[in-house]
Write a protein that binds this ligand. Structure first.
Ligand code: SP5
Ligand code: ZN
Length: 360
């Protein structure tokens, strides 16, 4: 087998401004699990192998984001920090929502208007207390989108069969008009939508982050040209709790274009690969030639601090190689994974396996 050419690794330091984050765990403020070190260790480990070529993201402008998200959400992400600071928010402290606008708040009452100041309406666009915002958040979120879109450029125009986007912040929990789960813009959804607008008839998204990608599912729920397949912790007891059941299968044109494969606590590599095979069969049945977006999380690792599966580093090589066996071109985008000490080895194993699978 001829050696594979180096795989494009798209990364940027702009995410370093999305730092100093905290979240609430059991009523207590803790440092956010979603830290800048996560991206740094993955980049360094991949570069050390010599198999990856580092490239900077290119600016793709606002249109691809607006093709997926509501303008009011984009306006919120872009402007909420400045509004909070103008109103006296302590610039050394991250911003978290405190008053959530839930469906039941209104019931059958009309809601006359939303607050004029963006930070006062943050809780209308955020579904949890784990999505802190700081001065550098909006720029980091935009850079993460450009990283994904630049990875796609390398596949569409650069002739690469695989490109990896080291996105931070992650994206798969973000819906059309909603942030949450450390996510602001849905990088994978934006790349999938861009694949369609650039000529793909069908696109498959395989989400192997530990958590259900509620945002991606919501965005493509009634769209038949995008297949969403997700393997994740069983929502009965696992964040984000309200979605990810196997009975959720899409609607309208998107009927059967959503495939959820919930996994039991403690699921190990062999069981995971069994479920993955089911997901890959669904993709092959949908369209064997469709380009693939992988929402890639390493929070399925046995030592992840907030999750409960039992994958080992070697398992990621097997997972990558199975996905590569599909033969589709792949844009892999980073989502979660919080066992920082293992992220580098896990990324090397997964992407190495994927490279081997594509070559074989
Ligand atoms: C992209 C991504 O992986 N987002 C995940 C966001 C999870 N945020 C809140 C998780 C709350 C989990 N409860 C922890 C229990 C620890 N024993
Ligand atoms: Zn996750």
């Amino acid at each position: 087998m001829p050696p594979l050419p180096p795989t494009p690794l798209i990364a940027s330091d702009v995410h370093l401004g999305h730092a100093g984050l905290v979240e609430l765990l059991a009523g207590k403020e803790i440092p956010c699990f979603e830290s800048p070190e996560r991206a740094t260790v993955i980049r360094d480990a991949l570069l050390a192998t010599g198999d990856y070529l580092l490239a900077a993201p290119e600016d793709h402008g606002p249109d691809p984001v607006a093709a997926v998200h509501e303008l009011e959400l984009i306006d919120l992400v872009e402007g909420v920090w400045a509004d909070a600071i103008a109103a006296g928010h302590d610039p050394t402290r991250p911003l978290l929502p405190d008053t959530f606008l839930l469906r039941e708040y209104a019931g059958r009452m009309p809601l006359e208007q939303l607050p004029a100041r963006r930070h006062d309406r943050l809780g209308a666009y955020c579904f949890d207390t784990a999505t802190p915002i700081v001065e550098g958040t909006a720029a980091a979120a935009r850079a993460a989108v450009d990283i994904g879109l630049t990875a796609l450029d390398h596949v569409l125009e650069g002739g690469a069969r695989l490109a990896y986007g080291l996105c931070r912040p992650p994206g798969h929990h973000a819906g059309r008009n909603l942030i949450g789960g450390y996510c602001f813009y849905n990088n994978a959804a934006i790349v999938a939508e861009s694949m369609l607008s650039r000529g793909a008839e069908r696109v498959a998204i395989l989400d192997i982050d530990f958590h259900h990608g509620n945002g991606t599912q919501q965005i493509f729920w009634d769209r038949g040209e995008v297949l969403y397949v997700s393997l994740h912790g069983d929502p009965r007891g696992i964040y984000p709790y309200y979605s990810g059941y196997a009975t959720e299968r899409g609607a309208g044109d998107g009927e059967r274009a959503t495939v959820n494969l919930p996994l039991r606590p403690g699921t190990d590599g062999d069981a995971y690969l069994g479920a993955l095979r089911e997901g890959l069969e669904a993709i092959a049945a949908f369209d064997a030639d469709a380009p693939l977006v992988v929402s890639l999380g390493f929070d399925t690792y046995h030592a992840d601090p907030i999750c409960n599966l039992a994958l080992r580093t070697d398992d990621y090589a097997r997972i990558g190689s199975s996905i590569g066996g599909l033969g589709s071109s792949v844009v892999a985008l980073q989502e979660g994974g919080y066992a920082v000490e293992a992220l580098g080895a896990n990324a090397v194993a997964f992407l190495g396996g994927l490279r081997d699978g594509l070559a074989g």
